[in-house]
Design a protein around this ligand. Structure first.
Ligand SMILES: [Zn+2]
Length: 324
């Protein structure tokens, strides 16, 4: 009895810190190091994010990805600050979807969200050759046959996430102005607004959607379910500093969300595939006997560089002769 009275008195006297009510966060006792205490799967062997070493990727030429509804003008777009990130959801039916590439069947759009860092030198979740980018976009899709995200996370091929990196540009990206100005209305956690302007997926993505890395991993937030087919597109989206800074103004229950990326996890026995379009340059040649026979019409980076040097030298010499 006395114990109960003491507890009740204690609760009345001391306010429980707000972050004690948060599921997870990115700092202190609710930070990524401790996620596994409450969510077992966060200690799994196939976790995300990872560092992608481009010298260790396996080159593949996968079927084209079909991006359905990506150029539609979507007019019912909701932007939500959920206390961890900003979510973009669409109400229009049918939702955009993807198929092809490494995916078996169609995947339906659920939501997209962002991860960022305290400043422009880091903030992405996956890294390429240990390079961080200031921000990363995750477009989350669930496998159509599983009907919902809730059902899909029970299966190892339940989700597909299209990941896009951001890099700095001196100029603003016009398609992002509507998003960044909307952020000013969802600064406080658990607030939502409807975007005033229509919105198209293709407008906010990079031009090259053919070259990407793909691997099997997990959600990068609790419960860290290992159900995600990741597609990390190589070409970054270019944003101005002020546009990225707008995300850092969002608040959680604990103050500004200055960073919300999970540190990289061990790659373990996983292989990262690199989808190459045969018409583009290759990163590197893999020591694979099948590749050696298949790649006769591929242009090699080194050869092209030497051609460029030769042409430049030729122009330089000609210019000198003309001036002479
Ligand atoms: Zn994410």
């Amino acid at each position: 009895m006395w114990f109960l009275i003491t507890v009740i008195a204690g609760l009345a006297l001391f306010q429980v810190p707000e972050h004690a009510c948060e599921d997870f966060g990115y700092d202190g006792v609710i930070g990524p190091t401790y996620w596994g205490d409450r969510y077992q799967e966060c200690r799994g062997k196939h976790q995300s994010p990872i560092n992608i070493n481009v010298l260790r990727v396996k080159q593949v030429a996968l079927p084209d990805i079909a991006f359905v509804g990506f150029d539609d003008s979507i007019d019912d777009v909701h932007i939500t600050n959920n206390g961890h990130t900003v979510l973009i959801e669409v109400e229009n039916e049918p939702h955009p979807r993807v198929s092809g590439g490494p995916l078996d069947g169609a995947y339906v759009f659920s939501q997209m969200h962002f991860h960022w860092g305290d400043n422009d030198t880091f903030g992405s979740e996956d890294k390429i050759n240990h390079r961080s980018f200031p921000m990363e976009l995750h477009m989350v899709f669930y496998k159509e046959e599983y009907k919902s995200v809730k059902q899909a996370i029970k299966y190892s091929d339940g989700l597909a996430v299209l990941a896009f990196f951001y890099e700095l540009d001196r100029h603003k990206h016009p398609a992002y102005d509507d998003i960044t100005s909307a952020l000013g209305n969802v600064t406080e956690p658990h607030t939502t607004i409807v975007m005033s302007q229509p919105f198209s997926f293709l407008n906010i993505l990079p031009l090259d959607l053919r070259r990407y890395f793909t691997y099997r991993g997990s959600l990068t937030t609790p419960p860290c379910s290992e159900v995600v087919i990741w597609l990390d597109f190589e070409q970054p989206i270019r944003l101005a500093h002020d546009q990225i800074e707008a995300f850092r103004e969002l608040r959680s229950a604990n103050g500004k969300i200055r960073h919300n990326f999970r540190p990289i996890q061990p790659i373990g026995d996983r292989v990262v595939f690199y989808n190459v379009d045969n018409n583009y340059f290759n990163y590197n040649e893999i020591d694979d006997p099948d590749e050696a026979n298949a790649g006769t019409n591929r242009r090699k980076k080194g050869h092209n560089y030497s051609n460029i040097v030769r042409i430049n030298l030729y122009i330089f010499v000609c210019t000198l002769l003309i001036m002479w």
